[in-house]
Design a binder for this molecule. Structure first.
Ligand SMILES: *[C@@H]1O[C@H](CO)[C@@H](O)[C@H](O)[C@H]1NC(C)=O
Length: 313
């Protein structure tokens, strides 16, 4: 006992150092976001305040899926990317975009993945076709599937399937997403798949009694990460969990930081009025953190060292 204090002190230092390492790495966890930016195009790009808020939101993410990009003149998106890069010079932001998708010629949208090219690279892209054999054109906006490599995350390689459902067809489209998942798993021989976006998966668009018919909900091995009752809508008069993140497989699920899946209330975070927030979008983004490789190592080091602290005291 008498000789223990210096040794104990040393261990405490070592421990606090390790905890410090863990803490530092907490900040470097990898964030995946999905944001319905409600009719993003020229008119939003002209509003400085709106662009500033969008830039603050998107630069929090290593990968950010944007939906409802309706940039027919193809100027708003390039401007957004330029703004991201001048706001956050620690990273380089790039984007991959789908074609303009939609059943009618007058209403079309793009899926856009904005990503930090210094933490993640795109290794595959696949536009799910309008009509596969046995498929009855389930989607208004067929998923634009993108595969990523992120060496510093615990998962390292993962595929994202985006979906912005048509509200009135949400139940059917969500069920059909299960077929897309199987198709992509086979095509790219991968289990590490995440499905994300504005699924309209709540309130009147996805009645509780219909959920048993949706394979994306009922099949095992799929983890719905955004907790029920999470509000993903800006309007104070609506509380619905429309936007979702779903991961396939235990390996992917265990690479996720526990309880990190949530919506990001940018109205509160950036002290905006509801009106100001609604100029940006009527949705909050949803997000989840992936663990990085190093945090695993320092955590197990901590576990190894823990018994010694007990031995000493
Ligand atoms: C709903 O789906 C059906 C067929 O799958 C399609 O014909 C219809 O246009 C869809 N509704 C909307 C509003 O997109």
């Amino acid at each position: 006992m008498r000789s223990s204090p210096p040794f104990l002190l040393l261990l405490l230092h070592l421990l606090s150092f390790l905890v410090g390492v863990c803490d530092a790495q907490e900040g470097s966890d990898f964030r995946i976001c999905a944001f319905n930016v409600q009719n993003f195009g020229e008119s939003k790009a002209k509003k400085d305040d709106v662009m500033k808020t969008l830039v603050r939101i998107i630069t929090r993410c290593d990968v950010c899926l944007l939906q409802e990009v309706r940039d027919s003149k193809q100027k708003a998106l390039p401007q957004l990317i330029t703004d991201l890069n001048s706001y956050d010079i620690r990273h380089e932001y790039k984007a991959v975009a789908s074609e303009r998708l939609g059943r009618s010629d007058t209403y079309q949208e793009q899926y856009v993945f904005v990503y930090r090219s210094d933490t993640v690279t795109v290794t595959g892209q696949y536009q799910y076709p309008d009509n596969l054999p046995g498929d009855v054109d389930a989607f208004s906006r067929e998923p634009f599937v993108v595969r990523f490599k992120a060496p510093k995350t615990a998962i390292k390689d993962f595929t994202l399937i985006p979906q912005h459902t048509t509200p009135t067809n949400a139940t059917k489209e969500l069920d059909a997403l299960y077929d897309v998942l199987q198709h992509v798993r086979k095509m790219w021989k991968t289990e590490n798949v995440m499905l994300l976006g504005d699924f309209n998966a709540d309130c009147s668009y996805l009645a509780k009694k219909n959920r048993k018919n949706v394979r994306l909900i009922t099949e095992k091995n799929l983890f719905w990460l955004i907790p029920e009752e999470t509000d993903t809508t800006v309007r104070s008069t609506t509380t619905c969990t429309y936007d979702r993140i779903v991961v396939h497989g235990r390996t992917f699920a265990s690479a996720v930081v526990p309880s990190s899946a949530k919506s990001f209330n940018f109205q509160v975070e950036y002290r905006l009025t509801e009106e100001q927030a609604l100029e940006v979008s009527d949705h909050y983004p949803v997000e989840v953190l992936l663990r990085d490789t190093a945090s695993k190592v320092s955590f197990s080091l901590l576990l190894i060292l823990l018994p010694f602290t007990f031995t000493c005291s």
